[in-house]
Design a protein around this ligand. Structure first.
Ligand code: NDP
Length: 330
């Protein structure tokens, strides 16, 4: 038996509790992992609180990522004792996830822990940081290089935004960071942002086009904020969007696309192909300043994850929420 968070559904709705689970309950897969660290991501908070229909089948162990040590393997790429990480592939949505002391998964979904990161750091980065790197890679693919001008990052005090700010600054971009929390300004500047922009400037219904200001943007918010960001992107620029922290709608017009050639590029980490995954993790291990990563991390004990989830949805947590499951670091 081992501990895990379980989301159950009954006539009264869904609820999450810490449960004793059995290995026989785990889904099929060819690799059994002892989970060392996991994280609380925005999507996990949606799943745990039931605020959004993230969970597709019940009962469900939430947790869209984990890092740990292989306990048993029938997959030729992994053996007992290997240090691995996993994000996405429907974990915590359609398949039991990482908020559990043990997880059984398909070996093809696992990524070997990259050199230069320990298990805790890997989950400090987690899905949010991995997605931030995918966004940074997307801007580069689109030709948005540091010489083109300032890059806007929304939700900058959150998980994706914090890592994106640090990664962009490390690559030599000038970052303008949008936040609704002025008290986090010094934290965000410490990650490398050149200036802070008040979220209020983006929250209202904006015009189809505004002054051209940014060469590109990484947006985690959606809704009015994304619409206003698009309106202010320079000719030929790109916005990489991966999130909906402000809403799923997008009240914009085609003006930025047809008059300024702006690209809105979607970023998904869940089904991202394996080659890109490995590349992104290697780049993270190489480029992310681990001292800055440390500043982003908040330890959330496994036992208080359920209570922390609503705070995350209220935008009250900063950076990345790392959860020691076994607490093994190396
Ligand atoms: P966090 O909760 O850590 O950060 C989200 C940030 O967004 C907050 O810190 C806040 O930043 C800002 N924010 C929150 N609510 C609002 C609001 N109502 N209006 C405007 N801004 C708001 O979440 P993550 O960084 O982990 O995730 C961010 C988004 O990205 C989520 O929607 C998540 O689901 C999505 N995501 C998508 C992935 C993918 O594969 N596509 C993978 C990972 C995440 P501040 O206080 O600085 O303004």
């Amino acid at each position: 038996m081992f501990k895990g968070i379980l989301i159950e559904k009954s006539g009264a709705g869904q609820s999450a509790l810490m449960a004793q689970l059995n290995e026989a309950d785990l889904p099929d897969g060819d690799v059994l992992v002892d989970v060392a660290w996991t994280t609380l991501n925005y999507k996990d908070a949606l799943a745990i609180t039931g605020k959004s229909p993230v969970v597709r089948q019940f009962p469900m162990v939430p947790g869209i990522d984990f890092a740990g040590v292989v306990a048993e393997s029938d997959n030729s790429s992994f053996k007992a004792g290997d240090r691995v990480l996993m994000t996405g592939w429907g974990m915590g949505e359609k398949r039991w996830g990482g908020l559990s002391e043990r997880a059984r998964v398909k070996g093809e979904w696992l990524v070997a822990l990259p050199d230069g990161l320990n298990l805790r750091q890997a989950m400090g980065i987690g899905t949010a940081g991995f997605t931030a790197m995918l966004c940074v890679m997307k801007l580069k693919e689109q030709g948005v290089t540091p010489d083109k001008g300032e890059i806007l990052v929304t939700g900058a005090a959150g998980g994706v935004g914090s890592v994106a700010t640090a990664l962009l600054a490390a690559r030599g971009y000038d970052v303008a960071a949008v936040t609704g929390r002025s008290e986090e300004a010094e934290y965000i500047k410490g990650l490398g942002a050149k200036r802070i922009v008040d979220r209020e400037e983006f929250s209202g219904k904006g015009k189809p086009l505004a002054k051209e200001q940014w060469a590109g943007a990484i947006d985690v918010v959606g809704s009015n904020v994304l619409a206003n960001v698009l309106a202010g992107v320079k000719y030929g620029g790109t916005v990489a969007n991966c999130g909906l922290a402000g809403g799923m709608d997008l009240p914009t017009t085609v003006a930025p696309f047809i008059l300024r050639g702006v690209t809105l590029a979607g970023v998904d980490s869940v089904m991202c192909d394996r080659v890109k995954r490995v590349l992104a993790w290697q780049s993270l291990a190489r480029e992310l300043d681990l001292e800055k990563l440390e500043r982003m991390l908040n330890g959330v004990s496994f036992d208080v994850v359920i209570r922390t989830a609503p705070l995350m949805l209220e935008g009250k947590v900063r950076g990345r929420q790392v959860v020691p499951v076994s607490g093994l670091v190396s």
